[in-house]
Design a protein around this ligand. Sequence first.
Ligand SMILES: [Zn+2]
Length: 246
Amino acid sequence: MDQLNSYADNRLINGCIYCGGPEETRDHVPSRVFLDPPFPENLPVVWACGDCNGGFSLDEEYVACLIEAVVAGSADPARIRRAGVASILSRSPALRARLDAARTVEDGQTRFGIEPDRVRNVLLKLARGHAAYELSQPCRHEPTTVCWWPLGLMADEERDSFESGHIIQTLGEVGSRALQRVLVTQLVLRAPDGQTATVGLLVSDWVDVQDYRYRYQAIDDGGEVRVKIVIGEYLASEITWSGMAG
Ligand SMILES: [Zn+2]
């Protein structure tokens, strides 16, 4: 990945980006449990306190294992395609037992019950990391919405709108990484009388951390921060904070 420098005013995001505590450690966003080796270089990093840095790892392992178990239809390490996740399940019998207990088979369909609090906790943590790194926006307060769903279950129209680049109407924090990633495109508009006008558009696109493993899009839409995350091309999510300073 390209490591972009942030030239934004970062005074607002001093301290642990999750709780505001001391800057004790550097935390990767996303955590490596969602990626496969060789890991991308220059992964985004944010400041975290020691408690927060370690405090999410069990839930993150749970989410990574849940996704692969759903894809495989089983929590048996021998059937899991990602080696890192198979090894977590091999050394964590309790986690495997928990996933096995949540598995049901009905009419030949395998389903896993999920622990929504843990999924939410992880997505919110990841979204806070992306908002801080990409947008220089501290989003420590409660979000307005946290939604997630299987990517494959989206209707075509919903999927198109979810996948599209976002056209920026108002500019985000000047110098933030998200603005440096912006693609500038030009659109030629033609009126019925043949007159043309060229307008510039700013489009903020997805950041692909690793193909098939993890991508995200962070949008500062003047008053609303919106982060979309797709993990394993399976779990799609959108986390928003309204009422932000524009
Ligand atoms: Zn913290």
